[in-house]
Design a binder for this molecule. Structure first.
Ligand code: ZN
Length: 227
């Protein structure tokens, strides 16, 4: 049992604020889900926060929905307000995990001051690192069978006969947006926005996890970093 000092507004020591960083395709979504279940805390993404506001029919939700519908980007100010609203909910009192937020150093600064205001500890930043070349290979070597849904990887998990599904013996498909250029562009824009954020967090509680191994090994490594 952890005990807070008498009259202390400080959250219990067991409170976990986790923040997941990692490039698109690093398996962050899967790890986020497992991690949240393991720690018994809600997994919060920007999309989830906005949908919650829209569902609740709040003013913030109405504004966010309007911006999203017209294809615009939510301003930092609007995102901050939505984050404040979400993190003040009772289910966040014992901690939470953020996935996809903050995206910028400005948002990171806002989050730090918000945590202070809510008497919550600063976040443990878990950075799942995977080299670009591997992400491109993982994504661009992927093939699937339109009939049975089996997934292959022509490098790491090839079908027995090149280009054909082992079960259905029909030609395997490649997702249209799986080409190298698309992945590379996505990574460049990720790098541009996240590199400063990683610099920002490096002075705090920051762990870099090698994301090149299997999802199980990655999860194990994250778990060890939580001690
Ligand atoms: Zn098949």
């Amino acid at each position: 049992m952890t005990s807070a000092t008498e009259n202390s507004p400080i959250a219990p020591a067991s409170t976990r604020i986790l923040l997941l960083l990692g490039p698109p395709g690093c398996g962050k979504g899967t790890q986020a889900e497992r991690l949240a279940a393991h720690c018994g805390i809600p997994a919060i993404s920007t999309g989830e926060m906005i949908r919650a506001e829209i569902r609740a029919g709040s003013e913030l939700g109405r504004v966010a929905a309007g911006v999203t519908i017209t294809g615009g980007l939510l301003s930092d100010d609007l995102v901050n307000k939505i984050v404040r609203s979400r993190l003040s909910q009772p289910d966040c009192a014992n901690g939470f995990m953020l996935d996809g937020y903050p995206r910028t150093v400005e948002q990171g600064k806002f989050l730090n001051s918000l945590l202070q205001e809510l008497a919550l500890p600063q976040p443990l930043v878990v950075h799942i690192d995977v080299p670009a070349q591997l992400l491109i290979a993982r994504t661009c070597n992927r093939r699937y069978c339109a009939q049975c849904g089996s997934i292959y990887n022509i490098a790491s998990h090839p079908p027995k006969n090149a280009g054909l599904c082992d079960t259905c013996n029909i030609e395997l498909q490649q997702r249209a947006d799986d080409c190298e250029d698309t992945v590379r562009n996505r990574l460049v824009s990720y790098e541009r926005s996240t590199a400063p954020l990683i610099e920002f967090y490096r002075n705090g509680t920051y762990v870099r996890i090698d994301g090149t191994s299997t999802p199980d090994s990655v999860f194990e490594a994250i778990q060890k970093s939580l001690v």
